[in-house]
Design a binder for this molecule. Structure first.
Ligand code: TEU
Length: 547
């Protein structure tokens, strides 16, 4: 594969993409049936969220057999056909490697529970403190403790996420070898990309200290041997491949210093990283379940800090507003009512023309919005349901809890794909595992195919533009108007071409400084049918101009 720097990735949440059997959940054949749609969109790589055998406590991020396709999605033969059919269309498959933890139903953990010392050392079992208390009072990412007590063993085991997701002990060379073997198994199946789930959490500390400053994450995030482990994994698996794979690490609560190393070609760890600081600007005190209006200045500062900081180190970014853990960007940072179309397009242009690899979540190319559920029983996500319980204990009313979930629940990025305006959106003939967004009557592939001004057609044009212009792939980034309270502006330049990107993040006109828009400039892309004025941007207006 040529460098990944000219590629665009499309994220498929298989459970919600397309159901070919009427089961109510998506499957591999449903993906195969829609490969031409993905090819026409112009993307290069398809990232599949986990499709391995799993009890589905965390929608597949709790894996019980890494080498078996969960029957709900189909068979290994279906997967092999998907890889072939994708390859025929020039599409690569990126698999999700969840190697920080396994399901407690994995045979390794079952053997550990039975007291097998070798397999107990695959995980992190610790004795209670002398007073019988748990080793630390750190908090799980999903709420509650990170320790679960096993009476038969008289020990606790560590789980940074759900109690049914036991953390692996990467200090054990056998665990590291098992993980490298899992990666090589899928490489042998012809996958072209690998996404490593919370991979910056795999190196745990040598001692267990209480955290009087927080929830304990500072002790296990970007841990002492994480770069060593990644270099070893690279050399033992995907680094051996003649045709380089695209590898991306999801980095939870990480730092720029570490990401420069994770995503540096010289370090031979990963191709690129997901980091999330820009997606916490609507968290009060960085607390997810305490939403606040998003801080635009902080958003710009973070995006540009990461752009210039990674660029200086020669390290590579990912570019994303959405994924299966995030709400829909048009509801979060745009206006999913009055200026739905303009703001969905503006957000896409503002993000995907930065320096890095764009990641598009299924449905984002349609402008899919948050679900705006009105009942708790409509939610499916373990993290959201835990949060609802915790918020209720904090004294929040059901209405307040629904308002919070509506804004920040991960289920917002997991609703079934809308293929057409029919009752079940063309997603299934059965009962969908999660309710389909009622606005699919207008926000769906078929309707948007028929509308030349649709968000879908805009995404096709945006991806095509990026592919056509090397300056939009590897060109330098130059932040502009950094103090402007409503406009995000930057220039991409490579010494040969200059492209100016202007984006108004608000529903009112925003003044532009004189001289910024070049008189001889040529507009390459925009989200209004008519050319704009040089002295202002219209509500949620995007302009992409060749200088
Ligand atoms: O997510 C890492 C993670 O911590 C996010 O879930 C996010 O931090 C969380 O929603 C709190 O805001 C990865 C996967 O993307 C996620 O789907 C899994 O649930 C998680 O790891 C455990 O595997």
């Amino acid at each position: 594969m040529s460098t990944f720097k000219d590629k665009v990735v499309y994220q498929i949440y298989p459970k919600s993409f397309a159901d070919s059997t009427g089961s109510g959940t998506g499957d591999l054949r449903g993906i195969i049936d829609h490969l031409d749609y993905l090819k026409d969109l112009g993307v290069d790589m398809l990232w599949l969220n986990p499709i391995y055998a799993s009890p589905q406590v965390d929608n597949g991020y709790d894996i019980s057999d890494y080498r078996r396709i969960d029957p709900a999605y189909g068979t290994m033969e279906d997967f092999e056909e998907l890889v072939r059919e994708a390859d025929r269309r020039g599409l690569g498959i990126m698999m999700d490697m969840v190697l920080n933890h396994t399901s407690t139903e994995h045979e390794w953990f079952q053997k550990a529970l039975a007291g097998d010392p070798d397999y107990m050392d695959y995980y992190i079992f610790e004795d209670p403190k002398p007073d019988g208390d748990m080793p630390t009072h750190w908090e799980s990412k999903f709420g509650g403790s990170v320790w679960e007590y096993v009476p038969d063993l008289g020990k606790y085991y560590l789980h940074l996420f759900d109690p049914k997701q036991a953390d692996l002990n990467w200090k054990n060379p056998k665990v590291r070898q098992e993980c490298a073997d899992i990666v090589k198994f899928w490489m042998d199946k012809g996958v072209k990309g690998l996404r490593f789930d919370v991979v910056n959490l795999i190196s745990k500390p040598d001692s267990w200290q209480e955290d009087d400053q927080g929830d304990g994450r500072r002790f296990y995030t970007d841990g002492p041997r994480v770069h060593e482990y990644l270099k070893e994994l690279n050399a033992a698996s995907f680094g051996q491949s003649e045709e380089p794979l695209m590898t991306v690490g999801e980095m939870s609560s990480t730092t720029m210093k570490n990401c420069r190393k994770y995503a540096s070609e010289q370090e031979r760890e990963l191709s690129m990283v997901f980091s999330f600081p820009h997606l916490k600007v609507d968290y009060e005190d960085l607390k997810k379940w305490h939403p606040k209006p998003f801080d635009f200045q902080e958003l710009k500062r973070l995006l540009f800090t990461w752009q210039t900081g990674m660029q200086e180190a020669g390290s590579w970014n990912t570019l994303f507003w959405e994924c299966h853990d995030q709400p829909r960007s048009v509801s979060r940072f745009g206006d999913d009512k009055k200026y739905w179309k303009e703001s969905a397009k503006m957000l896409a242009g503002a993000m995907f023309l930065l320096q890095g690899t764009p990641y598009i979540l299924q449905g984002q190319e349609l402008g899919m919005t948050n679900n705006h559920f009105t009942r708790l029983d409509q939610y499916r996500d373990v993290e959201s349901l835990n949060a609802a319980r915790i918020l209720a204990k904090e004294g929040k009313t059901e209405a307040e809890i629904l308002e919070i979930l509506d804004r920040h629940s991960r289920d917002n990025g997991r609703t079934p794909m809308a293929w057409d305006a029919s009752e079940k959106a063309g997603f299934t003939t059965g009962t969908p595992w999660m309710e389909i967004n009622p606005n699919h009557a207008t926000i769906n592939v078929a309707s948007e195919e028929a509308d030349p001004d649709s968000v879908l057609h805009f995404f096709r044009d945006l991806i095509a533009l990026r592919k056509k212009m090397p300056v939009l792939q590897e060109g330098m980034i130059e932040p502009l108007l950094e103090e402007d309270p409503r406009i995000m502006a930057y220039r991409r330049t490579d010494g040969d071409q200059n492209v100016l990107v202007l984006a108004n993040f608000y529903g009112t006109e925003a003044p532009l400084p004189a001289g910024l828009v070049p008189e001889a400039g040529r507009q390459l892309l925009g989200n209004y049918p008519t050319a704009g004025e040089a002295d202002h941007l219209r509500p949620y207006e995007l302009r992409v101009i060749a200088e």
